[in-house]
Write a protein that binds this ligand. Structure first.
Ligand SMILES: *Cc1c(COP(=O)(O)O)cnc(C)c1O
Length: 372
């Protein structure tokens, strides 16, 4: 709505807002820049709160121009549940993204990304996914009447692949090379056949900001936001969301962002803790949705951790499964392994007991019935 341009996160080069671009010429990831003064003049909490509590309440902060392009399946407005038992290390809240239409927060990114694709005239879309993004894109493409092709590494939970099939997507298994190879195939289809590419690019991050908007809307005080990191799009999207709220005078204080990865896929955490460059790895973890060996928004995720004065840790598969079990048995919140990563991280980091902590529970338990 109030988009000014696309800017490279690495070198600062800007591109016109009408240009479809995935990366900068230098290889850096892109960010959408708004005219914040304009937004500031138009919104206030009391104005926003007259609208329904869901993702689109904050539409001034999304890069869609006309309402007619919006494809929504009622995403956002997810429950914030105060821990009753297991939050013994203090004030823990669970933001339960598993209730979304396709069972993960990915729907927040997809509604923006797919609406933008329609606005730019797409008739067919392609993406790579470890499961959840593909399920989400398949659903929204079905709603929009677009054909969707999803490249999925073999070994992804069959529940997620069945979701894609039921929405009528064309699912292509990728036998070798995991998510990174799947992403290369999707990019090839874009380059060679001009099929509209979806994935962890700037417009998806824009959609995922709405987790931050809802938290700021609902809570008086937030000290720490704890979040799993795969490609790093969610944590950096949320951080951009909080910063935009501050820039437009909607909040005064920014929370600390805390990133958690699986020990068998520690790309961002290792770089953050050592100060070295991100090194690609071959992921080895049962937490499939964060098994991304070469995170596309890794640098943005590190910036979110640093700028917010946050921290990061890894957790083992065993710690993740214990966390999943605890959340289900003692809180009534069942999530897939990645959904429990934030809670596992809170326990590991021993954050101050009086700090208000929000764990992002990223995906529903029904999405993975094997890793219980
Ligand atoms: C995608 C996903 C993540 C990781 O999010 P990124 O934006 O890739 O960092 C974590 N948990 C679940 C359930 C996911 O689907």
């Amino acid at each position: 709505m109030h988009v000014d341009s696309l800017a490279c996160f690495e070198c600062g080069k800007t591109y016109p807002k009408t240009e479809l671009r995935y990366r900068c010429d230098c290889g850096g990831s892109l960010e959408i820049i708004y005219r914040y003064d304009e937004i500031k003049g138009k919104i206030s909490w009391s104005r926003l709160r007259k609208r329904k509590f869901n993702h689109w309440r904050y539409r001034e902060f999304f890069p869609i121009i006309k309402d007619k392009h919006i494809i929504s399946l009622g995403e956002g407005g997810s429950p914030l549940v105060h821990s009753r038992k297991i939050g013994t290390c203090g004030n823990v809240h669970f933001k339960c993204e598993g209730i979304s239409q396709t069972g993960s927060f990915k729907d927040r990114g997809t509604t923006v990304e797919l609406s933008k694709a329609l606005e730019l005239g797409a008739t067919e879309v392609v993406a790579a996914s470890t499961g959840n993004m593909g399920a989400s894109i398949s659903a929204y493409a079905a709603a929009a009447g677009l054909k969707a092709t999803i490249y999925v590494p073999t070994g992804s939970p069959h529940e997620k692949i069945e979701q894609m099939h039921s929405y009528g997507a064309h699912v292509v298994p990728v036998k070798h090379g995991g998510y990174v190879q799947a992403a290369k195939y999707a990019y090839r289809d874009f380059k060679k056949k001009q099929i509209y590419l979806l994935g962890d690019y700037a417009y998806r991050g824009e959609g995922e900001k709405s987790v931050a908007f809802e938290l700021a809307d609902e809570m008086k005080k937030i000290d720490h936001v704890i979040c799993p990191i795969g490609n790093g799009t969610l944590i950096s999207g949320m951080w951009k969301g909080f910063r935009e709220l501050k820039m437009t005078g909607m909040i005064k204080k920014l929370p600390k962002m805390i990133g958690v990865q699986a020990a068998g896929c520690n790309t961002v955490v290792r770089a953050f803790n050592t100060g070295l460059e991100i090194k690609a790895v071959t992921p080895k973890t049962i937490a499939g949705a964060i098994a991304v060996g070469d995170p596309s928004d890794g640098d943005k995720a590190i910036a979110a951790l640093k700028e917010s004065d946050g921290t990061a840790t890894v957790v083992s598969d065993k710690e993740i499964l214990t966390a999943r079990r605890e959340m289900a048995r003692h809180e009534g919140i069942d999530c897939e392994p990645c959904g429990a990563v934030a809670w596992a991280g809170i326990k590991k980091l021993k954050l101050p007991a009086d700090a208000v902590k929000v764990a992002i529970v990223t995906g529903h338990g029904l999405k993975d019935l094997e890793n219980l």
